[in-house]
Ligand binder design. Structure first.
Ligand code: ADP
Ligand code: MG
Length: 393
């Protein structure tokens, strides 16, 4: 706070308090000590604004847990040594799991360490729009200026460029130019590079040549830690038992978790009642119904839907049989357990007849690969996901 405002608001109060403590009428003078830079009001030479970065998304406000440990470590490594550690850094995972937060955290960290660095964050939609505009106006220079002069390019949700020829080509060129110039590229997507529908092989290869890290749905402990951190940041009055209640019931992603906490706090504000277990329970019930989380998706739920859809039994899925009638549903079940729940390969293997984790890995890769080319399989998987999510019980 500036001395002038401190003076206006608190001067009398401070004078009274100090005089009282000293037992004598004292004269108080407030002065300000400031750093050289602030004093001159100058920013370091070459300072660049990075308006595309969201300032509140930092590493400090990102809670690390089992589900994001690897991605967090990769992000931190890149933040500390851009274009040295891993290039590109590719982070993938389902919605609301913290990808956007983490990549802004990298950008903010780099910018704080080097205020002259030119850090650009864009969504892939912005990139697509820019390419379309450059074609429409026949002005490639602007596009080049924007994307090829940066020190760090952060591009979010890259999956949307798949199959858009002109955009893919332009991105391929930007990617190569930046890599050659030793500039950092950071990418997010909802799937691994190999599983982005319609994306050209050359981009898949390039996306996979640095570090590929996934973020999975947060486990119970991480959900609790995220809620605690949010409560502390916002200075909210919410007890531990309410935190546990929310973390137990809202399992899907961090966005829903925050949404539920916000609804509970808002309800408590509107009704002017404290956040009790009863109040939280009531809001939670409504929230879980509306949020579509309904009953949590579990491995059991996935297995049941697979059995109904493909007309196979649990025993058959767990058996050693390898004929297509059984092997295919088993592979799809493993793939869905991994992609929808983010479970580890060993855990899935154990659930499906104590299989080795490499079998699960192979199954997931097979399905991911086929989804790109096999339209019938893609439709089946989409239907299955809808049915699994539509879990009204
Ligand atoms: P995504 O880009 O994966 O869809 P976001 O980064 O937009 O997800 O995250 C959704 C919300 O959840 C944001 O408000 C973000 O700050 C918060 N969030 C996600 N993961 C974490 C985490 N590990 N710690 C703290 N907040 C998180
Ligand atoms: Mg995002």
């Amino acid at each position: 706070m500036l001395v002038s405002s401190l003076h206006n608001i608190y001067f009398d109060m401070i004078t009274r308090a100090v005089s009282q403590a000293a037992g004598a009428e004292l004269t108080i003078r407030l002065t300000e000590e400031s750093s050289g830079e602030e004093e001159s009001g100058r920013l370091p030479e070459g300072y660049r604004e990075c308006p595309s970065l969201i300032k509140r998304y930092t590493f400090d406000t990102f809670v690390m847990g089992e589900s994001n440990r690897f991605a967090y470590a990769g992000a931190m490594a890149v933040a500390k040594a851009p274009a040295v550690a891993y290039n590109p850094l590719y982070i993938h995972g389902g919605v609301g799991l913290g990808k956007t937060h983490l990549i802004h955290a990298i950008g903010n960290y780099i910018h704080a360490s080097n205020p002259c660095a030119k850090v650009l964050y864009v969504s892939s939609e912005t990139f697509i729009t820019d390419v379309i505009t450059s074609i429409g106006t026949n002005n490639r220079e602007q596009l080049r200026d924007k994307y090829r002069t940066v020190d760090v390019l952060i591009i979010d949700d890259i999956q949307f460029i798949g199959g858009k020829q002109a955009t893919e080509t332009e991105f391929f060129n930007v990617f190569n130019a930046l890599r050659d110039a030793n500039k950092q590229i950071i990418i997010t997507s909802d799937t691994a590079p190999s599983a982005i529908p319609l994306l050209s092989e050359r981009l898949k290869t390039r996306f996979g040549c640095g570090l590929v890290a996934d973020i999975q749905a947060p486990d119970f402990e991480t959900r609790v830690a995220i809620l605690r951190s949010r409560i502390q940041q916002d200075n909210l009055d919410v007890d531990e038992d309410v935190i546990q209640l929310i973390a137990e019931h809202v399992t899907g992603n961090v966005r829903s978790l925050e949404g539920c906490l916000n609804s509970i706090v808002a309800y408590s504000d509107f009704t002017n009642k404290p956040v009790t277990m009863e109040l939280a329970g009531n809001v939670l019930k409504d929230f879980v119904d509306k949020d579509g989380s309904k009953r949590p998706v579990t491995m059991e739920r996935i297995r049941q839907v697979i059995c109904d859809y493909y007309n196979v039994t649990v025993d058959e899925l767990e058996s050693e049989r390898r004929d297509q009638r059984i092997a295919k549903p088993r592979q799809v079940a493993m793939y869905l357990s991994r992609s929808m729940l983010g479970l580890s390969h060993p855990a899935i293997g154990e659930f499906y007849g104590n299989r080795h984790y490499s079998t699960v890995m192979h199954a997931c890769e097979q399905i991911e690969k086929k989804l790109n080319t096999d339209k019938v399989l893609k439709n089946s998987v989409d239907d299955l996901i809808d049915t699994i999510n539509n879990n009204n019980g």
